[in-house]
Design a protein around this ligand. Sequence first.
Ligand code: S3P
Length: 182
Amino acid sequence: MPTLIYLIGFMGSGKTTLGQILANVLGFDFVDLDAVFEERTGRSIAVYFAESGEEAFRAAERLLVEETVLMEKTVVAAGGGAFLVREIRELMLNRGFTVYLRLPVSVLASRLRSSRNRPLLYDRNGVTLKGGALHGRIEQLLEERSPLYEQAHLIVDIDDQSIGRSVDRIVDEIQKSANKPG
Ligand code: S3P
């Protein structure tokens, strides 16, 4: 059974919440890469983006992912953009079992309405977009990102499932994948 699990997917898809529960059920450790990033840099992601830019953030994020690849019995919640970087994606696909939490745009938009620390959803004044503009931004990003997210080993549609059922499904699939050759 794979013992390094990467949860990937769009902002607001519940990677942290579901990841903590999944880790508990499996008896694994849980690592939230965004939280580790903020702890290490002493800056929030929003402040980091504003001061150092997205490119620097992606480079730092890649170093953090590199640190995880030898971990065992660990569930890692990755930031929503990590899997889009080819080197990071390859590391995750080759070293771990990747799970894409897939949700429809409308559900993401309603979850992200009161989001504060997500600079990619800001307007030009640094305030989270609202209504149709927020929906449009999510739709556009998701359109670009979906083909990459969908390369994950497992895709879980969690729109109408309770978190518990999603966790059970992931545990089942992880156990099944242990019996597959390769
Ligand atoms: C990002 C997602 C965020 C965070 C940063 C960029 C993205 O993480 O890493 O704001 O590009 O999708 P969450 O998915 O945990 O919100």
